[in-house]
Design a protein around this ligand. Structure first.
Ligand code: WQD
Length: 319
């Protein structure tokens, strides 16, 4: 089976390519390298000692996608390619709707043309409304409060409508909670351009001295230590969930699954674990709450266990 991984040079994409290659899938990657480096794919090949066929292009380029499907027997597409900075999506929504939504439409049209109907979509816990209970299962109400989250939500609705129009599609919608950590080789990991939006890459830049101090966005939430609580999941566990989704979701349908640990950790839990495991001190100061943040959120991962036989096994120290 040949798997096309869009955005395969990115953080979650590279870790998923490693797990796919380890399972002897042939991997083809399309990535425009807007937030990734080709070197990351060279390191995936180094880790696995297996080749990746790489096309530097965007999923918005219909003829480039057709060329890939003409040159390769693609059996399934894992779709990571997309923009994901919440703040940037607020200041530049059209960029997000064009890249994420129009890019997915173009990809699905080419898949249909080549009769490739197996699709794994990288969705996000951001599609759940902020009013949901703390422990979130897949049937909770949906609603996004920023353009980035709305692109994920709109794509989910598009996929459900696509299946309703043609029940030969086999679609997996995987909703990630907070991916952190890296492959144990240390050769691949998260290395976003610019000032990181997310907690862990920011901590890492403070640890390396690239940034002076971590701002903790609020310590007056209704949580054990007052700081925000999230469901952090090791990116290798997340990557393994994708391989299982390809293997277990073999029948047509729309299969929706949370990928989280079901355990919540606070910002200060993460800071303290990072300091303990790495023997470093992380300077931080308490700042105002970040608009749009909620106090606590973590997954009910029971459907992934039941349907995929998947459980996150890596704990906070390994992350
Ligand atoms: C985690 C916690 C912050 C940065 C986001 C997206 C979501 C998904 C995952 C793509 C919160 C606190 C953070 C900092 C801080 N991405 N924090 N100082 O907001 O849970 O989810 O990333 O799908 O769509 O919304 O993750 O890492 O930004 O924040 O105190 O410099 O860390 O308040 O409590 P979040 P995050």
């Amino acid at each position: 089976m040949s798997i096309l991984v869009t955005g395969g040079a990115g953080y979650i994409g590279t870790h998923t390519c490693v797990e796919l290659l380890k399972e002897n899938y042939e991997v083809v990657v399309i990535d425009n390298l807007s937030n990734a480096k080709k070197e990351a794919l060279n390191r995936v090949e180094k880790i696995t000692k297996k080749p990746i066929k790489f096309y530097q292009d965007t999923v918005l380029n219909e003829s480039a996608l057709e060329h890939i499907f003409q040159e390769n027997r693609i059996d399934c597409v894992v779709h990571f390619a997309g923009l994901k900075a919440v703040g940037e999506s607020v200041s530049n929504p059209l960029l997000y709707y064009e890249n994420n939504v129009k890019g997915t439409i173009t990809l699905l049209k080419v898949m249909k043309k080549f009769n490739c109907k197996n699709f794994v979509f990288s969705s996000s816990a951001t599609v759940y409304t902020a009013e949901n209970p703390i422990l979130i299962n897949e049937d909770e109400p949906l609603g996004a409060n920023n353009p980035y989250g709305r692109t994920k939500l709109f794509i989910e609705y598009m996929l459900k409508d696509l299946y309703a129009s043609d029940s030969s599609w086999n679609i997996a919608i995987l909703r990630y909670f907070n991916p952190i950590g890296a492959h144990p080789s240390g050769l691949i990991g998260e290395n976003p351009n610019g000032i990181p939006n997310n907690l862990m890459p920011y901590i890492m830049k403070v640890a390396t001295g690239e940034l002076p101090c971590l701002g903790v966005f609020g310590d007056d939430y209704d949580t054990p230590d007052g700081t925000g609580v999230r469901d952090y999941i090791h990116v290798v566990d997340l990557a393994k969930g994708h391989v299982l989704a390809i293997e277990k979701y073999s029948e047509p349908g729309v299969h929706i699954c949370n990928l989280g640990t079901g355990v919540g950790y606070s910002v200060l839990d993460i800071v303290k674990a990072f300091e303990r495991v790495n023997g470093v001190k992380i300077n931080y100061e308490i700042k105002d709450r970040r608009p749009g943040d909620i106090a606590t959120c973590y997954a009910d991962p029971s459907r992934a266990k039941k349907e995929l036989g998947w459980v996150a096994t890596r704990g906070i120290d390994e992350m």
